[in-house]
Design a protein around this ligand. Sequence first.
Ligand SMILES: Nc1ncnc2c1ncn2[C@@H]1O[C@H](COP(=O)(O)OP(=O)(O)O)[C@@H](O)[C@H]1O
Ligand SMILES: [Mg+2]
Length: 560
Amino acid sequence: MSKIKQLSEQMTNRIAAGEVVERPAGIVKELVENAIDAKSSTISVEYILGGLEKIIVSDNGQGMDETDLRKAFLRHSTSKIEKEADLHAINSLGFRGEALPSIASVSNVVAKSSYNQKSFELHINNGNELSFEPISFGKGTTLEVSQLFYRLPARLKYLKTPQYEASRINSLMNSFALGYPEIAFSVKNENRTILETKGNGKLDEIIFELYGAQAASMTKEFSGESSNFKISGVYVLPHIQRANKYHEYFYLNSRMINYFSMNQVVHDVFHRYMPRDRFPILVLNINSDVQLVDVNVHPSKWQVKISFEKELLELVSKTLNNSLMSEMAPKVMSHQPTQQIIQPTIKPTPTPQPTTKIEPLNLFEQPESEYESSQDKMKVIAQHHGKYILAENEEGLFLFDQHASMERVMYEMFIKKMSEKKFDQQQLLTPLVLKKVPYVENLQDKLLDFGIEVDLLSESELIVRSLPTYLDKVDPYNFINSIFDVLKEDSKASFVSLNDHKIATMACKASIRFNERHTILSLQRIVDDLLVCENPYHCPHGRPTFVRLDPKSLLKEFSR
Ligand SMILES: Nc1ncnc2c1ncn2[C@@H]1O[C@H](COP(=O)(O)OP(=O)(O)O)[C@@H](O)[C@H]1O
Ligand SMILES: [Mg+2]
């Protein structure tokens, strides 16, 4: 007897449902994509209990007639492609014809649609048609999905809390809103409005809606072109950052996609202006000939294959880099209405760093004669209000934010030392005594990991015997205290395991403050060290380190 049986349509639909509609957000994605394909200008999404109880998606699009409304729920029925050639040039978001039958096979669906002033309602429960009748109904289509996965307890168990499922729907809808600013979206969790966009095409208004006024005011547009691609979009200046990469939105020919290699490119560019574990807010639209793109990679359509990918990645990298360089370059201060940008000409050739020589421990204790500025070009002339360093060269007068500047120096130095993974130590001639030390388990070993050798005198007192040479620019008291802070937060922290955010925090704590007076010589050293940094223009948090007053605008100020 033959053992092989052909599965019923109901079974194949349920199997397909596993991939197409993994969770409520997957259903919302398919229904909203259908509404977009139907040329809707208004789309509303309402859900209850994270979509587990109910999802309603309504649109004002083309609608379906009596025959199509029923056909739409048959497996592999689609109005979007006909022949094989169409598969290589997909213009619509849907094309597989499997979303509606899959959804209807694992839930209770009520579909209402209107076409040529005639409207019908179709009711399907777990793949079985319960009713089909004429109704009176406005324009477009409404799909109501309830009792999701009631017949699939294993799948129901796999879902997370309603709050989590709701957050997945909300971030998906944010992504639709940013990708389709010309469509008015509304999202409601029960009766609570989560998102409402006007559909006026203004991306910065949607950024305002999602990320607030400050982010919206820091939004910059960019665009670029290569032989096969056109790109455009907006980003928020790197002063505003996010803790993960989920605020980088990519659209390929209007289809939202996950694109790991593109995330990498974006990070490479933005991490010059923010710590490596912080991420930007960015919307990137990529347009190409549809023939260059294969969207038929996975049923959920989040992945695509792109021809000439290297060209595309380079185009994005170059465009973003140029845009950020001009946005983030130090601005010339003048009363002229348009701000000029200084090209990074002030960067001198780096002076070789002494590797073995043990330098004096503390910059601020250094005798004047021992330190000579290597940057004869940039001369510190004064400190202003204990906050800014005034310096000059032939390009004009420079104002350095003393804290931000030193922060950048320390940050790059820590990163460098961490990559070397070892540091020389030097014995202190006069050991330092630290009091009021907080309790940290195995403190001695942990400090040794940072290159600091100590002996414990009592529970709250220790004596520092030797310090790493990387501390030559830092006040050791401040620095050791900043390590205590890191250890208090994370007792397992070690020098090489520190993440960028922590390094930035340590750099901040180890740097001179904003209201501290210092000698011209020590300030000169900060400026010199800053100017040989990889990115001298910004502190690790993205704030500028200095501004320039150029000689021409000064002459103008004095009417000369
Ligand atoms: N909101 C809608 N408005 C108009 N037509 C729709 C809508 N949703 C679905 N349809 C029709 O139903 C068909 C089947 O939808 P679906 O199962 O999602 O497959 P696909 O989108 O891949 O074609 C679509 O091709 C379209 O013709
Ligand atoms: Mg579809």
